[in-house]
Design a protein around this ligand. Sequence first.
Ligand code: AMP
Length: 619
Amino acid sequence: MKTFQSLGLSKGLSDAVQLIGFETPTPIQEKAIPLLLTGNRDFIGLAQTGTGKTAAFGLPLLELVDDNSKETQALVLAPTRELGLQIVSDLENFSERFKKLNIVAVYGGASISEQIRKVKRGAQIIVATPGRLIDLLGKKAVNLTTIKYVVLDEADEMLNMGFKEDIDEILSTTPDTKITWLFSATMPKEVRAIAKNYMSDPEELTVGEKNTGNINIEHQYVVTQERDKYSALKRILDYNPEIFGLIFCRTRIDTQRIAESLMKDGYNADALHGDLNQAQRDRVMMKFRNRTLQILVATDVAARGIDVDNITHVIHLNIPDEMEFYTHRSGRTARAGRKGISIAMVSNRETGKLKQIEKILKATFVKIPVPTGPEVCQKQLLALMRKVHEVKVNEAEIETFLPAVYEELKDLTKNELIKRFASLEFNRFLEYYRNAPDLNADSKGNSADRGGAERYSTGDRFFINLGKMDELDVPTLLELLDDCCGITKKNVGKIDLKGAYSFFEVDKEKSADVIKGFEGMEYAGRIVRVEITDQKSGGGGSRSRGWERSGPKEGGRERSGNREGGHREGGSREGGSRERSVSGQRGKESREREGRNRGAGSSGSGYRPGNFEKKRKRY
Ligand code: AMP
């Protein structure tokens, strides 16, 4: 078995990594370190995240950099602040004994003057995100002409994030004699182009098979209708009470909504996306790193560079459009040789994409069923029993209270006691999942899901704050569109009537007429709100927001008809903190529907466009 020292590292550094707990080099370290230590060869490392690539380039870099000189000799470019900081932290840990070495992080969202001050003090190694480094170059606050080594980490990610021009500009200010090491999980042609333009005869090394995912990741998928995805997600979470998971959504809005819904439903979840400011993002990441947060819901961009070990599950609420995103998402689990599970939640329509990913990754997706209610209950019960086994009894302190407890329970047999004890914690779950529907979409159940979206892909989808509770029906809505907006049936696509609100599709060229036609309208004292939703395709089955339906009941609960909260299945938290388990803490069902406060409109007799028209505001 190889040791770090046998790879050519000095005793000081080998001891340092040993102290951190790295006993043997990972495959990429074993192959890359001896090569990079020569310091005279460009290098391409095709390696998944979590393979130990930071040490693979970091350790040779620390050996090669001369800490007696204050010149900036090495530049590491990384796609995100999170990854940049992680690299700095790793390098500092490795080089604790190198007292004269200054490693400076340069990244957006923090004081630029502070970073300039640190760079000017003399930084032998700068770890930077491209955008902020360009700012520093613009201010002439950094000198890259002395650079000997450039590392491009997660190069594919940097290009995905649109840093191509920044990278070009940065590299053009470094000397031609520099040595470049490029690391990337995937090798699209854009990364190839960088290698071609800036590297000469690079040594190329692939860890694992090219374009092959991390073999420690088990790729699974569930097929469920779009509108059931949120419920199915909760089933998956409930079925995995010990989950430490990352959930990916496509948009910031979806990310925020899913996280909020999960929180309202009692899960220990939070959101990470670009609408949060840096301090908020730092707070969320700190909670996740400390594991006080169990479920992080994130966008692809925000989650880049997340380097948290022991993530057990990555859940994709939908398949990303870019195949490479799938690799990056799922690569957040199964780090450092551990196992992890990636679960893609797909509608029947999306299963084709899985086949493409399978082909590219040479991985096999295993279909798993969305757990049924009884299966979740069984799993939760067993988790509860495990907790009973594992609970630490404080013998000394509980002793004084026990006689009274024994006295209280003396009439119960052991079996009765067990039953009651289990029910105490468990009734809410049983209640919640009683009559829970099957959420697995089979081909027959999904026809509506497929059809609607395709038919009106060129239309805009509108939200209107009127629904069945306002006695709105399809003929009435069509009449309304005709009367108010001059839009006839042939320009109208799928209509989706909900309890308190509805969606309808209209050909794009008529969209302005819709907005104008409903302007200033009132219904039963309420302003009528009509707006284009950000769902691109039509029907209740489009994209990931199908959970907004107010229709069927899940587990005997009535869903809220409220637009924002439509994906909540009641269940606010009921006392006590949930701590780290997703199990148990179901709140009482919130049976209130938004409609209760909707005034005369919902209870009034007859809803006809004529009535509606009369209530138009006069300006
Ligand atoms: P990286 O791919 O550099 O982000 O590393 C992924 C994880 O593996 C990090 O948590 C590292 O601390 C850890 N790691 C890297 N190299 C080793 C090693 N040789 N032995 C044990 N853990 C390692």
